[in-house]
Design a protein around this ligand. Structure first.
Ligand code: HEC
Length: 493
């Protein structure tokens, strides 16, 4: 992990490449002005589950505790007449763990160990100090110089200092009466108890080893009325086998995957119908949620929701990985419905470039995609996606003056880490007029210096396998509630 060099943008201005409407041909369905952001490719194969070596707690702490302790004494007892101050678990540490760590570090969640009780935290105090000091925890990859994000879990310098000093002081408990009010989590979810849970009807059998082709399962919602989804969360039943999932909304009457079976897993290769085989990879259907380990559930602001028409199906697109053990998975999605119809509908769009070539050994390959918004929209959220050569990812607005010269306004800079596919939710949603030009830029490192690189000697193109690459800049926008995705892409002169 570690934070990589952040790309500087001299005076925030960089020359744009000329527009390339390279996937315009594929937008024929809607026949509207070319939009690189419309089509939804299947997400890429993300290879092996990120395995981590859980350090034995005994391996750190002991060695550095002696000098550390005297440091703490200096810092917290500046003069011997005064009582010694040091942070305690209940008063100082627990509130930080609750707010910044337990979303992952609690029983049943993705982190290797819970940090809920004093004993647990005390056991890990040296590891906690080390991980927060090096900013490897909590995971977050946005360059802090650009944009503010509502789901940024980063600690303040003072919070880091508190955790380090607590460890230095031998991780004292303090007084349980100082503990913050206990947090309540809804059992099994990071969103409030869902009103509906839609689960894959038939479990997918996963082999012990080898590649698993993208697996689809279509599950009818059986919604008798239209629903507005305010929050949603994907929960795999076998988390370690799910590298990512995309849940699509297939409204009634959609011709997408028309001949595919319902309620049973299938892969594109099993489709006898050529159109269905192609459909498995490309669709214009809206996405309900993209999931990857560590990504946060969707929670839209007040008055915003995703629309799921009555009688829709959900299409689960699953990328499974193998880890030496056979398993089965039945992924679920939990939905919280809006109490009243929202004024705005959330759509997931994307900036995609599937025509690039990354030469062997190249360290800094730039791939760009851009498009102009056909109508007004409020920008909410980003979710960049690349594979193992991914290095950095940017989202920008391109401002052009009368001569066509471009000024780049950075919205987000991500020091991409393949193992953490995070979403970045704007703290302040940004209203954008029709015609606004959005740009996504991906940077790839296909050299030996990239520790994730499976093969620095091969040229890399777009593809589903992790040893292929992807360039997808998902983003969410809010539009008037009555506008669906097709209508959003109609341009009004
Ligand atoms: C988004 C989920 C998430 C959040 C939030 C998070 N962690 Fe983690 N943490 C993980 C995962 C997953 C691992 C194991 C994989 C890894 O090390 O990358 C981990 C690993 C760790 C480890 C190292 C364990 C080892 O084996 O050495 C420590 C210590 C840790 N986290 C502390 C924290 C602290 C302290 C916070 C809050 C300030 C925090 N984490 C927030 C998911 C999270």
């Amino acid at each position: 992990m570690g934070s990589r060099r952040v790309r500087d943008i001299p005076k925030a201005i960089r020359k744009c490449e000329p527009p390339r409407w390279h996937i315009a041909a594929r937008v024929g369905l809607l026949g509207v002005a070319a939009m690189a952001i419309l089509l939804l490719p299947a997400l890429g194969r993300l290879s092996d589950v990120h395995t981590f070596a859980q350090n034995s707690p005994g391996t750190f702490g002991s060695g550095d505790s002696a000098p550390a302790h005297s440091r703490a004494t200096d810092a917290y007892a500046p003069n011997a007449q005064q009582p010694t101050f040091y942070p305690t678990f209940y008063k100082d540490v627990q509130p930080i763990l609750e707010q910044h760590c337990q979303v992952c570090h609690r029983r049943g969640e993705i982190a290797p160990m819970p940090l809920e009780t004093y004993e647990q935290a005390q056991h890990w105090s040296a590891g906690i100090a080390r991980m927060v000091q090096s900013k490897r925890m909590p995971p977050w990859f946005a360059d802090p110089r650009y944009g503010h994000f509502a789901n940024d879990p980063s600690l303040t310098a003072q919070q880091i200092q508190t955790l380090v000093a607590w460890n230095d002081a031998q991780a004292p408990a303090g007084n349980p009466k100082d503990a913050p009010p206990a947090l309540t989590w809804s059992a099994g979810w990071n969103i409030p108890a869902p009103a509906a849970v839609i689960q894959m009807q038939k479990a997918v059998a996963l082999p012990a080893r080898g590649d698993v082709e993208y697996t689809y399962e279509i599950v009818p919602t059986k919604f008798s009325q239209d629903q507005w989804v305010e929050m949603s969360e994907v929960r795999p039943s076998s988390r370690e086998h799910v590298h990512h999932a995309v849940v699509y909304i297939r409204p009634p009457g959609s011709s997408w995957l028309r001949n595919a079976p319902i309620g049973t897993p299938f892969t594109a290769a099993e489709m006898t119908n050529e159109q269905d085989r192609r459909d498995a990879n490309w669709t214009t259907s809206d996405i309900l949620l993209v999931y990857a380990p560590g990504s946060s559930p969707d929670r839209w602001g007040a008055g915003m929701a995703k629309f799921v028409p009555a009688g829709s199906d959900l299409v689960f697109q699953m990328h499974y990985v193998t880890n030496g053990h056979q398993a089965t998975d039945r992924t679920s999605i939990g939905l919280v419905f809006a109490k009243q119809p929202p004024s705005q509908r959330v759509l997931t769009l994307q900036l995609t470039n599937d025509r690039f070539l990354i030469p062997p050994g190249a360290t800094d390959v730039r791939v760009e995609a851009h498009g102009t918004l056909p109508n007004d929209a409020t920008l909410l959220n980003f979710f960049p996606h690349m594979h193992l050569r991914g290095k950095e990812f940017e989202y920008n607005i391109v401002h052009r003056d009368a001569s066509g010269a471009a000024t780049i306004e950075p919205l987000l800079r991500v020091n991409y880490d393949f193992h953490w596919q995070l979403s970045y939710r704007l703290a302040e949603p940004r209203f954008l007029k029709a015609g606004t030009e959005l740009q996504a830029v991906a940077w790839y490192d296909n050299s030996r210096n990239n520790p994730h690189n499976p093969d620095p000697d091969s040229a890399v193109r777009w593809g589903n396998q992790t040893y292929d690459e992807m360039m997808v800049g998902f983003f969410d926008v809010a539009v008037p509630a009555e506008v669906d995705k097709t209508q959003y892409f109609m341009r009004h002169p």
